[in-house]
Design a protein around this ligand. Sequence first.
Ligand code: ADP
Ligand code: NI
Length: 225
Amino acid sequence: MNEMNETYRERLLERTRTYAQEEMGRDSSGHDWQHTARVARTARLLAEREQADAFLCELAALVHDIADEKLNPSKEAGLDKVNTWLIENGAAEPDRLHVMDIIANMSYNGGHGGQLSTLEGRIVQDADRLDALGAVGIARTFAYSGWKGQLIFDPDLRPRDSMSQEQYRKQPSTAINHFYEKLLKLKTKMNTTAARELAEERHRYMEAFLAQFYRELGVENDWGT
Ligand code: ADP
Ligand code: NI
């Protein structure tokens, strides 16, 4: 890679870090700047292990939650904002289009999202999913739950997956139920080998956490973990 290219990449990453920090700094729904910084770091690590473009992975990771529906009037408005920012800050067109494709398509979407079309996209998605697992994932789940007004745990509220669609919509979830509805399933949804390896340890840690949680409560866990 030539020197000009290297300077362009470094400058754009530096500006994007500042932009993401400004945009994400005050969020308390689990999408704060520290989440973005962790995803960017993990994306770089995975890119090195999977021989992908580390610059693109980090760039997409830095902006991946700026367009989140929860933080914008709509998903489209959020995506427009990021797209405009990239144009105004000198992102090369192929880089901008690649990043926009990644962030528009990487969301969990109830586990039904399709496979992302590039290795870089699959890596950023893995990095984001890894941040929902392990000790960090547990912390984010309780933070998000509090933000949303959900209970920690209610023995009468079963994980919503075991219900009909109608019951599902009516019943609120809890932080503990979120493990069954999403977190414990993520291990099998990793795209890359490098991410699967990292997910394994984090998954076991969550299982141990749940076992200890039920032990302290003196309740039977019959939800099949
Ligand atoms: P991201 O877009 O970064 O993947 P999400 O917006 O899906 O994250 O969720 C942010 C964090 O809150 C994640 O750690 C996720 O597991 C957690 N979370 C999402 N939905 C719920 C929920 N209904 N109850 C508890 N935690 C949740
Ligand atoms: Ni995220």
